[in-house]
Design a protein around this ligand. Structure first.
Ligand SMILES: Cc1ncc(C[n+]2csc(CCOP(=O)(O)OP(=O)(O)O)c2C)c(N)n1
Length: 522
């Protein structure tokens, strides 16, 4: 625990059991470590993800043996896709007890391997400190590091504080890749018909034939500014990942277009591109494979040029590229908010209500799913904010990530835009929000449905898909009572039936510290 504290990891999101009792007991001897109890492991891991995204420090989750880890894996998957530094500490039976195959015995390392870039089972008391330090180092490389600690190594004397490894220094992009990216993005002269030059010079290709996709660490101000300078100098289109881990946006920052989730929309968006340069982002792929739909939404023949890989010094590479192409100016988003909406509450007025009321410096945790489609455009000129999204597509991430973000950034309001179906995976997070007094406002978007799956059902071309199938996608009969659920977890909760209600309740929630839930009936 002291090794973790030395690494700046002063919060542990946990759901412990017998094999972790010595770690829990140590909280009273290491006051620098804040224990945050969660009522389900998926909340602990999702909170660690939110915390790590906002602090960049290793976020710690304490989990109970294989089953506890298994409950936390879905949100560790989102953390892995976000490259969040996470240390999961998982208790294991005492070494002498393991041969007895007691009920909780399981293959912890096997489970951990599915989501962790680094897994180690502590081999002796003397290794507890050094292995913890190694886990911190591994996590800081942008991965989930899982440390499995047999209980007898927790309770025996002899462990000592270990020195921390030097923080990893990401590799830099070499001159060849820089030159190749500059060439790919530079507008090429247009040839005239029959080899003659066109009548006026200089002429350039249309703006849209080259694109730059940014992701990961490049989605914060320095990387975005460098990317926008490149786009301004070259005419290249600036795009970013569909589901960014942490995107800084709002008035004063460059606007960046996210690649659409739906394959048809992404294909339309990327049409006309001949070259795509990747900076901290993977090559775009559709979320799913569908019959008769290509998995790459880029046009056939579009050259994909890896420039800076996610673990490399992407920001430094973009800044060097901006200097190379002579980009020194960019257009920031202008401050602009819609008027507070009135009348019917729908996806459009919901987005306008968010944009009209968003406080400065907010952190938006976006798991609004289909109800949130209008939010990015509505908030582009809102006061500056961070946006955390569903990096791995594993739903039930919003309420836990809001816990982690609020713990990581006290003083900043957190707004969780939360679809109802996804909320019901991890709504225990509301209890932790109440217990810790976290400044999280949740807008629960109640469309009583797994709406996206209605679309997907039509999309995949499945035979059937009648009333019996659709019943598997509807959250009715009974409609879950989110107000009662939230109040039962200790949150003040109110229902918004109209856009006017939503605006009033949002203003009220932002004005008061502490958590609140607003159900928006769509
Ligand atoms: C862990 C996990 N389980 C199941 C799914 C499949 N899934 C994708 S979206 C979805 C329903 C989403 O419903 P809701 O959150 O209410 O959003 P809506 O589509 O209604 O906007 C489900 C079950 C998933 N992505 N992740």
């Amino acid at each position: 625990m002291r090794t973790l504290v030395d690494a700046g990891s002063t919060v542990c999101f946990m759901n412990p059991g017998t094999s972790e009792m010595h770690f829990v007991a140590a909280l009273d001897r290491v006051p620098e470590m804040r224990g945050v109890l969660t009522l389900f492991e998926g909340v602990a891991t999702g909170a660690a993800d939110g915390y790590g995204r906002m602090t960049g420090r290793p976020a710690v989750a304490l989990l109970h043996l294989g089953p506890g880890l298994a409950n936390g894996i879905a949100n560790l998957h989102n953390a892995r896709r976000a490259r969040t530094p996470v240390v999961t500490v998982v208790g294991e039976h005492a070494t002498f007890h393991q041969p007895f195959d007691a009920p909780l015995q399981s293959d912890i390392a096997g489970l951990a391997g599915a989501v962790s870039g680094w897994v180690r089972t502590v081999g002796g008391v003397a290794d507890v400190g050094p292995d913890t330090a190694a886990a911190v180092g591994a996590a800081l490389a942008g991965q989930v590091a899982t440390l499995i600690v047999p209980a007898d190594f927790s309770w025996s004397e002899g462990a000592a504080l270990a020195p921390l490894p030097a923080p990893p220094s990401p590799s830099t992009v070499d001159a060849d890749r820089l030159a190749a990216a500059a060439k790919a993005l530079q507008p090429a002269p247009v040839r005239g018909v029959g080899g003659r030059r066109p009548p006026t010079t200089p002429q350039v290709k249309p703006r849209s034939s080259a694109g730059l996709i940014v992701g990961g660490a490049a989605l914060r101000e320095p990387g975005l500014v460098a990317a926008a300078r490149i786009a301004a100098a070259t005419g290249a289109r600036l795009l970013c990942e569909t589901f960014p881990a942490r995107l800084e946006r709002g008035a004063g920052l460059p606007a960046v277009e996210r690649i659409a989730y739906l394959p048809e929309m992404a294909t339309r968006q990327l049409a006309g591109l001949e070259t795509l340069v990747l900076a901290g982002a993977r090559a775009p792929a559709t979320f799913f494979g569908y019959p008769d739909t290509p998995s790459r939404p880029t046009p056939p023949g579009c050259e994909i040029l890896p420039f800076a890989a996610p673990g490399e010094d992407v920001v430094g590479a973009l800044q060097a590229l901006a200097d190379e192409v002579g980009g020194d100016a960019f257009e920031p988003s202008r401050a602009a908010r819609p008027d507070a909406p009135t009348g019917k509450l729908d996806a459009g007025s919901f987005a306008a209500a968010v944009a009209a009321t968003l406080p400065d410096g907010a952190i938006i945790v976006d798991e609004a799913n289909t109800s949130g489609l209008a939010v990015p455009a509505a908030t582009v000129g809102a006061p500056r904010h961070d946006l955390l999204t569903l990096t791995g597509g594993s739903i039930g991430q919003g309420p836990p990530a809001a816990v982690g973000a609020a713990v990581a950034a006290p003083g900043r309001p957190v707004l969780n835009l939360q679809a109802d179906g996804s909320a019901l995976y991890t709504l225990q997070a509301w209890w932790t929000q109440a217990r810790e007094g976290l400044d999280v406002t949740t807008v629960l978007l109640n469309n009583r449905s797994y709406a996206i799956l209605h679309y997907e059902l039509a999309r995949v071309g499945a035979v059937g898909g009648g009333a019996r199938a659709r019943a598997m996608l509807d959250l009715t009969d009974p409609v879950p009572d989110h107000i009662s659920l939230a109040r039962g977890m200790g949150l003040p909760a109110e229902r918004a039936q109209t856009a006017d209600d939503l605006v009033r309740l949002l203003r009220q929630a932002f004005a008061e510290p502490g958590p609140a839930l607003i159900e928006a009936v769509l």
